[in-house]
Ligand binder design. Structure first.
Ligand SMILES: O=C(O)CCC(=O)C(=O)O
Length: 312
């Protein structure tokens, strides 16, 4: 593994994306996707052009091009065809989302962590919840397929079963910029500390998880989990949500945020559409690690089985 780049100060913008307005009544799926993509593009422009706060990284939320729900994933899924470590030809991509996102990243010369979209793998026919990452040259440089599928049932509150149509990814993902190593996850992945821990051990300074919690588990755990992952690993931790749409079948919690390596919330949106602009200062990471040196105090001798299933 290549050494992590030196961690330098940079600016981050989280787009808490709302639903597009002005869609015709009873729109087709094609019209909904086109409106979602156009709205995302407009908001990327807005984030990139913020005076005196031009970001180095822009983040979109989970499932930004489709409604959120297992019945929608197969309908909205696009084929990407990315192989890690191999050059990807965006011009030849059949994914309209990938083409739009690449153009937006290169137009603004910005890193783009493009939330997630439903992805169909042409080789096995399976559908994944996939985050794509674009460099300031518009190159697709990484994808993360949501590893842990959101299958929950809280009687009377919320039942959701992504596994009815989705398959979980099978790798941890990070990528290097000129100013930080960034680790990725998607939403429910935040509940599994091992994923964040592995990314931090591999040298990630900042972990970014597009997400879409709901109005039941959001108030309970959204902030708690991000603060926990930040403190466990002494890294910056951020999740970017869609804005809450009270007319949608699935109401996202909102509250996109960034937590620093001490566990303090650096910035947080409310429920509506909003762009959170923040500066990420490496000094906070260095100060947390120097003052509370857990990163050098670990007792690997007593927890070698941390990532193995313990026989019952
Ligand atoms: O973990 C939760 O409570 C919510 C997860 C979620 O909404 C998702 O994975 O999409």
């Amino acid at each position: 593994m290549a050494p992590a780049p030196e961690f330098k100060q940079f600016r981050l913008a989280l787009i808490q994306l709302g639903s597009p307005t002005g869609i015709t009544e009873n729109p087709t799926e094609t019209q909904i996707k086109e409106a979602n993509l156009k709205h995302a593009r407009d908001m990327i422009d807005q984030a990139a052009n913020a005076p005196n706060r031009e970001p180095n990284i822009i983040v979109l939320p989970e499932c930004f091009n489709s409604p959120y729900g297992h019945v929608h994933f197969p309908v909205y899924a696009e084929t990407i065809g990315y192989t890690p470590g191999q050059e990807y030809n965006v011009e030849k991509s059949t994914s309209q989302s990938v083409r739009m996102l690449s153009e937006a990243a290169s137009h603004h010369r910005v890193w783009l962590i493009a939330g997630s979209i439903p992805e169909r793998d042409i080789a096995n026919g399976k559908i994944y919840n996939t985050c794509t990452v674009f460099s300031p040259e518009g190159k697709l440089v990484a994808i993360h397929r949501k590893v842990h599928l959101f299958d929950i049932d809280i009687p009377g509150k919320i039942k959701f079963k992504e596994s009815e149509t989705l398959t979980g990814g099978s790798s941890t993902t990070f990528f290097d910029t000129g100013f930080a190593r960034i680790g990725l996850g998607i939403c429910y992945d935040v509940r599994f500390p091992e994923l964040a821990m592995i990314a931090a051990r591999k040298g990630c300074h900042v972990l970014i998880y597009p997400g879409a919690f709901n109005t039941t588990t959001g108030p309970l755990h959204w902030k708690l989990l991000q603060r926990a992952r930040a403190v466990d690993n002494q890294v910056f931790f951020s999740m970017c949500s869609p804005a809450r749409d009270t007319k949608a079948g699935y109401q996202a919690y909102g509250h996109s945020m960034v937590v620093d390596p001490f566990g303090e919330v650096l910035g947080e949106a409310k429920e509506h559409e909003e762009i959170v602009h923040l500066t990420i200062d490496p000094q906070l990471l260095h100060a947390a690690r120097a003052g509370i040196p857990v990163t050098t105090q670990r007792r690997f001798d007593i927890y070698p089985d941390v990532s193995s299933k313990i026989a019952s």
